[in-house]
Design a binder for this molecule. Structure first.
Ligand code: HEC
Ligand code: HEC
Ligand code: HEC
Ligand code: HEC
Length: 340
């Protein structure tokens, strides 16, 4: 048994060595434009989240698709990296959330002398969801329930953490049960960012010697220090009029959300900017501006707004890769809330 394991790990090590010795000059590194949106992505960004960069089951790089099994468990299921029908994370008020989330205390949020409103000092649930990948601290595959029967953490005797640090032994069971992954011994359960052995440091980084033309993810690592990001977890004004340079939302449902009901149907549609009330009042969160499933820019069948935004904020005209994306005008997203 021990000998067999040793052989396995030697083969695995050799394969790893082969992969990581690949020269970094096969292709020109893909570029992310200055505004962070990557027009070169091969995702068609239309129809469904399946065709977006949030489909974490696929690699758009045909030559290197298999390589991804070294980086994260391949669950072959788009939704499972974020949602589960049963046994969802009980520590966060987010839709059937299947991921480990970070402790709210680990974040520093934007607050400047000019900031008028009362920051709540912590990100709300509709930001913690995104940050569970984009702060770069949690493994991309750190789910509570892996797909298929028998993967219920109750049955396996091991559970993943709901809050804090991924339980790597739990995640390793995916490979142990014969699912896809490297042979020695498991996937690396990489996190998006951070300095060592992460998606955006090791491969998806044009400065890394390992980069063989892989897409640059460095702009996607938002980190735990959010003081250089648009405020989130911050209260929206609740009175409007002279001196308050914000538009009032059309509809407000306490304990849920307030939203700009552009089509007047009394429902917070995916292309409508919203503010979330998780107990303190209406707040700006990541999902106020973004919908991680993609938002059609011009009605049914149209390509999604860039950067998973609810409103296209000005990527059009001479910008690369905009074919089929409907413009909403420069700064349209910002001007939904700000009267500037
Ligand atoms: C007030 C609106 C707003 C909020 C709130 C917001 N974003 Fe964004 N985000 C944008 C816009 C606009 C872009 C596109 C940037 C551009 O095109 O210049 C963007 C771009 C991004 C990108 C692509 C990389 C980049 O920097 O351009 C990521 C990743 C991202 N946002 C994640 C988040 C996360 C995570 C949160 C919550 C912590 C968040 N966003 C909150 C408006 C927002
Ligand atoms: C990359 C992570 C991610 C993936 C993958 C994902 N979702 Fe979501 N989903 C979210 C987040 C985050 C929210 C909460 C958005 C908010 O705060 O309003 C959400 C909300 C939802 C909601 C409820 C609210 C809404 O926006 O409609 C449904 C239903 C949903 N997702 C279905 C799905 C299905 C079905 C799939 C697979 C086809 C899927 N999601 C894949 C992140 C994801
Ligand atoms: C399960 C992990 C995960 C979650 C949760 C997640 N993301 Fe991502 N996101 C990624 C990864 C990985 C990429 C880069 C994928 C690629 O390029 O293939 C990405 C890419 C993006 C991009 C860049 C898109 C582009 O076309 O340039 C934006 C913007 C973004 N995410 C915003 C968000 C927001 C906002 C949320 C929450 C509502 C969120 N993400 C939740 C993993 C996640
Ligand atoms: C969902 C509503 C909403 C959207 C959309 C929005 N903002 Fe904001 N923004 C806010 C709120 C609320 C604050 C906090 C205001 C305060 O407390 O002074 C804020 C703060 C700011 C600040 C900092 C103000 C200060 O005094 O430090 C700037 C700058 C800013 N937003 C620019 C933008 C830009 C640029 C966009 C478009 C990419 C944008 N906002 C989109 C609601 C929004």
């Amino acid at each position: 048994m021990i000998i067999k394991n040793t052989c396995f790990s030697l083969v695995g090590l050799w394969r790893m060595a082969f992969f990581f010795a690949l020269p970094g000059v096969l292709l020109l590194p893909a570029k992310v434009s200055a505004d962070g949106w990557d027009p070169d992505s091969s995702a068609s960004a239309s129809g469904s989240i399946v065709n977006t960069r949030h489909n974490l089951t696929i690699s758009y790089n045909a030559n290197f698709g298999g390589v991804m099994a070294y980086a994260r468990n391949q669950y072959d299921d788009v939704c499972v990296y974020c949602h589960t029908p049963h046994g969802a994370n009980s520590r966060i008020d987010a839709p059937l959330w299947n991921r480990t989330v970070n402790d709210v205390a680990s974040y520093a949020i934007y607050d400047k002398p000019t900031t008028l409103m009362r920051p709540t000092s912590v990100p709300g649930p509709s930001s913690l969801t995104c940050l569970s990948c984009h702060d770069g601290t949690i493994s991309i595959d750190s789910v509570l329930n892996m797909p298929g029967s028998g993967w219920d953490p109750m049955n396996s005797g091991l559970r993943n953490a709901e809050v804090g640090t991924s339980n790597i032994s739990f995640l390793d069971q995916w490979r142990a049960a014969g699912n896809s992954g490297p042979s020695s011994p498991t996937s690396r359960h990489m996190a998006l960012g951070g300095s060592s052995f992460t998606c955006a440091s090791y491969c998806h980084n044009p400065e890394s010697e390992k980069n063989a033309g892989w897409t640059d993810f460095t702009a996607f690592v938002i980190g735990e220090d959010l003081r250089n990001d648009h405020p989130i977890g911050i209260l929206y004004p609740d009175t409007f009029g002279p001196g308050v340079e914000f538009n009032p939302p059309d509809t407000a449902i306490p304990g849920k959300w307030a939203f700009f009901d552009t089509n007047g149907n009394n429902h917070a549609d995916t292309n409508e900017v919203r503010l979330y009330d998780s107990g303190d009042g209406y707040e700006v969160e990541c999902a106020s501006c973004h919908d991680p499933h993609g938002v059609e820019s011009g009605g049914e069948g149209s390509r999604f707004n860039p950067s998973f935004l609810r409103v296209n904020n000005g990527v059009f005209g001479s910008h690369a890769g905009v074919a089929g994306i409907v413009s909403h005008g420069g700064s349209a997203l910002c001007l939904t809330c700000h009267t500037k």
